[in-house]
Design a protein around this ligand. Structure first.
Ligand code: GLA
Length: 397
């Protein structure tokens, strides 16, 4: 009897020990990313063609271009930085592309006042066939923390029969157990509705859709698509976004070859109204002044970063002509008049349609022209060029 009692007691101590370890949280993931994360990621432009010099030059350009001043913070290396594991299971960076090691790169990025992000995959391999984190979740998370990683993008290739929520919960737990605040970006393309469980597993943002492509409205057979198709999948998800946890319609294609200047402007405006993470995906070392002006327009970025954290909604849909509106902390609205057609068109909106008093007098400011347009009663309308937007802020007089 005494022996049995002793066993039970030991069991109890063991269970308490495991439980307290699993819940070892030295930070609350909900306190990270209180506004949508902003940064740069290597994938859209460079795919696997990355190395430490490129990433350092990007960090330099982030500062010299004014992007850092405008709020961009994370420099994120996507797939292909890793090649193998050593005999102890430690993940190894490509020694030819990253000869100084990941810690040295993280230190460089930190020395510029920026933060450092990295990429892995919940399955056996990454999408490009590099080692994934399955079975190494805690070991990898500890390694990231030692290197000084501030952001993890966690992909979903080669997942076999894994359960998505359980797999993402495991890495969420591993990240928290490190004690280092690491923004957790869930990238499972919306397949398992991560908006329903992403917050619960410690996710700060979750991809809602397949990969964005460098085009207006193309589609790839594997599911990748241009930004207008991605936009079409976002409206119904608005209620799941808020401070600390965001819908992620994918990284920006602003400034890439498949979009005209006006299409880049439209893409950026709409991502801001969606309260989307703003992760640039162009070569910011070589961007034109016009593209830089889009990516660093502080008034437009302020819409994305508004502390109320409300994702905007489509309030009017006339086929190719749409109006999107986002409520802001000060009670005003950011409104995007979006012309998807190939001809200029007049688009109008009433104050009532954006949830404001029908007959109120409203101040209207054009956020791209950075110009006050005057005071308007009942509503506002304007002619919008093809594949372009007019973006205004509407404030009670
Ligand atoms: C997936 C992701 C992309 C990118 C690639 C890298 O397709 O959705 O964003 O990370 O993998 O292989």
């Amino acid at each position: 009897m005494r022996k049995y009692f002793l066993f039970c007691l030991l069991d109890l101590v063991f269970v308490i020990f495991c439980f307290s370890n699993l819940n070892a949280q030295s930070y609350d993931p909900d306190t990270l990313a209180l506004t949508p994360p902003m940064g740069w990621n290597s994938w859209n432009t460079f795919k696997c063609d990355i190395n430490e010099n490129l990433i350092k030059e990007i960090a330099d350009a982030m500062v010299s271009s004014g992007m850092k001043d405008a709020g961009y913070e994370y420099v994120i290396i996507d797939d292909c930085w890793q090649v193998s594991r050593d005999s102890a299971g430690n993940i190894q960076a490509d020694p030819e592309k990253f000869p100084s090691g990941i810690k040295a790169l993280a230190d460089y990025i930190h020395s510029k006042g920026l933060k450092f992000g990295i990429y892995s995959d919940a399955g056996l391999k990454t999408c490009q066939g590099r080692p994934g984190s399955r079975g190494y979740e805690f070991q990898d998370a500890r390694q990231y923390a030692k290197w000084g990683v501030d952001y993890l993008k966690y992909d979903w290739c080669y997942h076999g029969t894994q359960d998505a929520k359980a797999s993402y919960a495991l890495m969420g737990m591993a990240l928290r157990a490190t004690g280092r605040p690491i923004v957790y970006s869930i990238c499972e393309w919306g397949t398992n509705k991560p908006w329903l469980w992403g917050k619960e597993v410690g996710g700060n943002l979750w991809r809602t859709t397949e990969d964005i492509l460098n085009c207006w409205d193309c589609r790839a057979s594997w599911g990748g698509m241009g930004f207008v198709h991605i936009l079409d999948a976002q409206d119904s998800l608005a209620k799941y976004a808020g401070p600390g946890h965001w819908n992620d319609p994918d990284m920006l294609e602003v400034g890439n070859s498949g979009l005209t200047l006006s299409e880049s402007r439209a893409h950026f405006s709409l991502w801001c109204v969606l309260a989307a993470p703003l992760i640039a995906g162009n070569d910011i070392r070589k961007m034109t002044p016009e593209i830089r002006d889009i990516l660093t327009n502080k008034e437009v970025i302020a819409v994305d970063q508004d502390s109320l954290g409300k994702q905007g909604r489509k309030v009017k849909d006339l086929g190719d002509l749409e109006v999107w509106s986002k409520e802001l902390r000060d009670g005003s609205r950011a409104v995007v008049l979006f012309n998807r057609s190939k001809k200029s068109a007049k688009i109008g909106i009433s104050w009532e349609e954006i949830g404001m008093n029908k007959a109120a007098l409203m101040k209207v400011r054009d956020l791209w022209k950075k110009k006050d347009l005057g005071v308007f009663k009942n509503g506002y309308s304007a002619t919008v060029p093809p594949h372009d937007v007019i973006m205004i802020k509407v404030t009670q007089k």
